[in-house]
Design a protein around this ligand. Structure first.
Ligand code: PLZ
Length: 458
């Protein structure tokens, strides 16, 4: 069945959420665990490009991409063509039982495109957390060491080991311990709140890391795992020089540098990988999310001597590199071939900065507009003191949602709004969403000013 294409414009036919979504949500609450949250309780009927159409007929602008997954659009024709063709042939064999060539083809593309001028091998899995766990397994097996170094504000997943590696307790880790041992955390060179000033962040953070390694014995660390731009922790772009510094320290002590490109990778930042920006290569690079345009696929790609150090049969999983997911990835690779999506990511950044950056001076609540390419964020805090304002981020997200713009909150203090539009978003739709967001932020800022005046007056 071919559907007529979905008009790429915002349309509100009911209040958000509409009556049908409200009814479906009530039923969900009767059937689904309450352990899952939801950013916006609307039920989606169709999605295409950067539009989500809900069951009430509302057309919502998508600035979330299912958390950085549908970069090529939620129903990309290239992805659809590859998946449909595969669906007609077979859905599964299990790559550990009998083989299929699309698995190899995905590995070949990743070996050729991930940063690093050395011979590589790739392993495929399903989720991001699973890939991170396997990167640690490979690093331990290859080095004979156990410890894992991670950073403040890091997010690596919800499985037991990756929960231990994730920084934030609530909601990710609360009541779920005990966690695996041997995970040690170091400061991330986050410029905005660096105690001695942004210009010292790189040198101070690297010095702190050297000290932590020295205390614990650098030779006890198998892996150092880092997001080149932090995602859930607040879209934090590290100070220049921090990532190259980590690269040097990892090399000096024989620690496997694992770059978690799960959220930042696959074209999101205006380069295929965020690590391209500072010209560094991980010994292992981890990809997931946008890799297969919405089908569950993750990968670890690394130096041949690491990836082949594991004993035969040591890696795997029933669904690892499922044929439908591999087919989807081949569609994604095709979509990236002509370079236009990467250009789009850069156009998105230019447009967004033009519209949002003035808010830093026109309002007293925007502490930062940051990010790279189509991985952008606005951080809310009190002017001067930089006290994080989660209440404002939530109020602004709620107002955007009610007007038909889906945005997500992130950050250790839940005070950051992140923008992750599909890279295929039309310019008009992008501008509509950004202007709406700008106006909502200005409105909320004025309300805060009035509130403050009232508090001073009373
Ligand atoms: N590493 C950098 O961003 C997933 C999490 C959403 P999985 N981020 C979205 C939530 O609340 O569960 C993520 C990431 C980075 C690892 C992961 C984990 O990837 O596919 O969710 O396991």
């Amino acid at each position: 069945m071919t559907l007529a294409s979905l008009t790429q414009s915002r349309l509100l036919t009911t209040a958000i959420p509409g009556p049908r979504s409200i009814a479906l949500h009530a039923e969900r609450e009767k059937q689904v665990t309450s352990g899952f949250g939801v950013a916006l309780p609307i039920f989606i009927d169709r999605a295409e490009g950067a539009i989500l159409e809900d069951v009430d007929g509302n057309r919502i602008i998508d600035f979330a991409s299912g958390i950085a997954v549908t970069s090529v659009g939620a129903s990309n024709p290239k992805v659809q063509a590859h998946v449909s063709e595969q669906l007609a042939r077979f859905t599964h064999t299990c790559f550990m039982v009998t083989e299929y060539d699309s698995f190899t083809a995905v590995c070949r593309w990743l070996n050729e495109h991930t940063p690093g001028d050395f011979e590589k091998r790739t392993a495929l899995f399903s989720t991001g957390a699973e890939a991170i766990e396997n990167a640690v397994k490979v690093a331990r097996s290859a080095t004979g060491r156990q410890r894992v170094l991670v950073f403040d504000d890091a997010y690596h997943g919800r499985s037991l080991l990756t929960m231990a590696m994730t920084a934030k307790e609530n909601p990710y880790k609360l009541n779920f311990g005990p966690f695996p041992a041997e995970v040690i955390r170091a400061p991330f060179a986050a410029p905005l709140r660096w105690p001695t000033g942004a210009h010292n962040a790189t040198a101070d953070a690297l010095a702190a890391l050297e000290r932590i390694l020295e205390e614990n014995g650098p030779e006890t660390f198998a892996a150092m795992v880092v997001e080149p731009i932090q995602g859930e922790g607040g879209f934090i772009v590290p100070s220049p020089g921090f990532l190259p510094g980590l690269r040097d320290i990892a090399t000096k002590y024989g620690i496997v540098l694992v770059l978690d490109e799960i959220q930042a990778g696959m074209g999101r930042t205006g380069a295929l990988f965020a690590s391209n920006d500072e010209n560094i290569a991980g010994d292992i690079t981890v990809t997931a999310k946008a890799l297969a345009g919405g089908l569950p696929l993750s990968a670890i790609t690394g130096r041949i001597e690491l990836m082949n150090a594991v004993h035969a049969g040591g890696l795997g999983g029933t669904y690892a590199g499922n044929p439908l997911a591999c087919a989807a990835a081949l569609g994604v690779f095709e979509a990236f071939e002509d370079g236009s999506l990467i250009e789009n990511a850069l156009r998105i950044e230019t447009t967004a900065r033009g519209i949002l950056e003035p808010l830093r001076s026109t309002t007293g609540i925007v502490a930062d507009v940051r990010g790279r390419g189509a991985m952008l964020a606005v951080e809310f805090a009190d002017a001067g003191t930089l006290v994080p304002r989660a209440d404002l981020a939530k109020a602004i997200a709620d107002l955007c949602h009610r007007s038909g713009l889906l945005v997500l909150v992130c950050g250790t203090f839940s005070n950051v709004l992140r923008l992750l539009p599909p890279l295929v978003i039309d310019q008009d739709l992008l501008e509509d969403g950004l202007i709406l967001l700008r106006d909502v932020i200005s409105q909320v800022s004025e309300a805060v000013d009035i509130e403050q005046l009232e508090t001073v007056a009373t």
